[in-house]
Design a protein around this ligand. Structure first.
Ligand SMILES: [Zn+2]
Length: 128
């Protein structure tokens, strides 16, 4: 295994992942909170959210589904971040899980939790 990343690069990617992790976790908590609050109909905490017509109720449901979709996405990303941090720890970070080649640094900077190099990501997307 020949990681192309220098130790100082690894350190900065780890910090990047940890920051992202904290930020997403905060988002998920807040959104879960909001979704739950709407579920329980605790209108008293936010009077501007009280639906006046059936049309508004529909919008509320739509918003909630949208929020739940976002939460699912973010949880998926959180899992990837977690795995990436594991790879930083065991020294396999920056290596493509598919072809074992180093992932380009520019790609890691754009998508620090990616598992694949750009070629494999394209290939896998096409076969999915
Ligand atoms: Zn690859």
């Amino acid at each position: 295994m020949s990681a192309s990343l220098k130790p100082e690069d690894l350190g900065s990617f780890r910090r990047l992942l940890e920051d992202l992790n904290d930020r997403l976790r905060g988002n998920v908590d807040r959104m879960t909170d909001e979704a739950l609050r709407r579920n329980q109909g605790e209108a008293s905490t936010n009077l501007s959210n009280v639906p006046l017509h059936m049309a508004d109720v529909g919008t509320e449901n739509y918003d909630q589904e949208f929020t739940l979709g976002l939460i699912e996405n973010e949880q998926e990303t959180l899992k990837l971040i977690d795995e990436a941090l594991g790879r930083v720890a065991d020294g396999s970070y920056g290596i493509c899980a598919e072809c074992d080649h180093p992932i380009a640094k520019a790609r890691l900077e754009a998508l620090p939790y990616t598992r694949y190099c750009i070629e494999c990501a394209r290939k896998l997307e096409n076969t999915a």
